[in-house]
Design a protein around this ligand. Structure first.
Ligand code: GLC
Length: 421
């Protein structure tokens, strides 16, 4: 599949805007947080220097309070909604007002391990910035210290319209939202995107945050939505572990002590998110004290987090096997046997290469080699059949959403390509 490796590199280069990549030309014309972290993994396969730069430009958007925003607006001309004026964040460069799953520390550790001599100065410069970001997550998105990290907007989870938010979103009052024009539905078939009703609420939550001058602690405590997310919780726990290991390698013992305390707390959080009747970890609506009602793929990130629990792990693996047997092209973002499953609508069913990579990596590390091999093989098959789509229908494998997607190309190069295993 050398030609697909070649194609993946071409996509990454074509989406490179000089130091940062856009997720996909047209649909996402700025710099996105966890997309950039993934892009760095792809670049590392053929240009390690460029990989470091991707992370460094991401941190150009870091706020004084430590938050690394989910979007850095890079192109004044770009036709994108909601743009800087809707967010009203007064940052330079302009950014959104919320964050996204913190993959970066894990990626920085990966880059460092590849070539410690070349990476040491760059890793050392990033270390305090990563620590500040993680601290921001723990202090403002888990202010009660329960070990669970809240998303205050579905976009903060990276899984915009997942059924996990349905209960909490139903309580967000969309009335009075400022009229707006969406651009995404002119680029992609609207049946593959969030609905109008979802969008009204997304914008309403932004308007609330703007009116609160992006006081993140207040937003978590009083804003329209706060849902503890297994995705954020597990990805941060994993990133804390990698940050601690990186700090140890760099002789920064205090940082390692801090991250160990956070990891202990995350183990308590995981126990809170476990839903025995679903046999998985599920989102928990903190405002209304209700757990999500179906199985989303993020529960399987417990392996990636390294938060092992023998009883829960066995049940979780059984759930994953059940879900994979219901979809020829896994891992579906939502349970295909659930009435809310929607095979082509974004995070309500489709399989996403980025999530497969994270789930697969965790399974491999946990020694669950058969299931890991299935997840990797499915990802490979999807890209070989269809190309580098944003996401895929888990039943017929057809590509959906945007094409020539940066993180799909990156995941291919770093993990799914036959050249990698
Ligand atoms: C969508 C995805 C989000 C991603 C962004 C850019 O909003 O839900 O996870 O970061 O697109 O690809």
């Amino acid at each position: 599949m050398a030609d697909l490796d070649q194609r993946a590199r071409e996509i990454m280069k074509a989406n490179d805007r000089g130091g940062f990549t856009v997720p996909s030309a047209g649909l996402y014309p700025h710099q996105w947080n966890w997309d950039s972290a993934c892009a760095a993994l792809g670049f590392a396969e053929f240009d390690l220097d460029r990989a470091w730069t991707e992370i460094e430009t991401l941190f150009e958007g870091q706020w004084p309070n430590g938050m690394v925003p989910h979007i850095i607006f890079r192109d004044d001309e770009a036709d994108y909604f909601p743009g800087p004026s809707v967010w009203g964040c007064e940052q330079v460069p302009p950014t959104s007002g919320l964050s996204q799953p913190p993959l970066a520390a894990t990626v920085v550790r990966d880059l460092y391990v590849r070539d410690p001599t070349a990476g040491v100065a760059r890793a050392r410069a990033l270390l305090p910035k990563l620590l500040a970001w993680h601290r921001w997550f723990h202090e403002t998105r888990d202010p009660e210290g329960r070990g669970v990290i809240a998303a205050t907007h579905p976009w903060e989870s990276g899984r915009d319209n997942a059924p996990d938010w349905d209960g909490a979103m139903a309580k967000v009052d969309p009335r009075g939202v400022t009229p707006y024009d969406r651009h995404d539905i002119h680029q992609v078939d609207p049946s593959m995107r969030p609905t109008r009703d979802d969008y009204d609420r997304y914008i309403r939550i932004i308007e609330w945050g703007r009116a609160a001058c992006w006081d993140h602690l207040r937003i978590t405590r009083e804003g329209p939505l706060a849902v503890a997310d297994p995705g954020l919780t597990f990805i941060l726990a994993r990133a804390d572990r990698d940050l601690g290991a990186l700090a140890a390698a760099l002789g920064e013992a205090e940082t390692t002590a801090q991250t160990s305390a956070w990891i202990d707390l995350a183990a308590e959080g995981a126990a809170r998110l476990w839903q025995d009747h679903l046999k998985t970890y599920a989102a928990w609506d903190l405002r209304n004290d209700r757990a999500a009602e179906g199985v989303s793929s993020v529960g399987f990130l417990a392996f990636y987090a390294g938060l092992s629990d023998p009883v829960r792990d066995a049940r979780l693996l059984a759930t994953l096997d059940r879900i994979l047997s219901a979809a020829p092209f896994g891992v579906p973002s939502f349970d295909p046997t659930h009435p809310k499953f929607d095979a082509r609508r974004y995070w309500r069913g489709p399989s996403w290469p980025v999530m497969n990579y994270l789930i697969g990596r965790g399974l491999e590390e946990a020694g669950l080699v058969d299931t890991a091999a299935r997840v990797r093989a499915d990802t490979r098959r999807l890209v070989e059949r269809e190309g580098f789509y944003e996401y895929f229908d888990p039943h017929d494998g057809s590509g959906a959403g945007g094409g020539d997607f940066t993180w799909t190309a990156a995941v291919w190069l770093a993990w799914a390509s036959p050249g990698k295993a």
